[in-house]
Design a protein around this ligand. Structure first.
Ligand SMILES: [Zn+2]
Length: 108
């Protein structure tokens, strides 16, 4: 199992079949459980879709760790998910198109 550390929380990344990812009667390709620090990703998808889903759920985790999740949820309401979706591609580009660790090492 992979783990991703955000602040002091260590999120476990769990891949599971889409058929096991039913929540409120709907299948979810990804889910961020910010209470138990688990990010679920449907395993039966193309790898690029899994990566995009991971990024999406990481945005939820980042908001959770910034203690901003409830504020976003309360203020944006139905626009919360479009906000997270809007951040997917820029964040994916940030990770794929750059080596952040190299840049940080240069600064240090
Ligand atoms: Zn979402």
């Amino acid at each position: 199992m992979s783990k991703i550390k955000i602040c002091n929380a260590e999120y476990e990344i769990v891949f599971r079949p889409l058929k096991d990812a039913v929540f409120n009667g709907c299948s979810e390709i990804g889910k961020c459980d910010g209470i138990n620090y688990i990010i679920y990703i449907a395993e039966d998808m193309p790898s690029n879709r899994k990566i995009q889903t991971l990024i999406h759920e990481l945005i939820h985790a980042l908001l959770n760790e910034a203690n901003y999740s409830r504020i976003i949820h309360n203020k944006l309401g139905e626009f919360e998910e479009p906000f997270v979706e809007a951040m997917e591609k820029p964040l994916l580009s940030l990770f794929i198109d750059n080596d952040i660790n190299d840049i940080i090492r240069e600064i240090k």
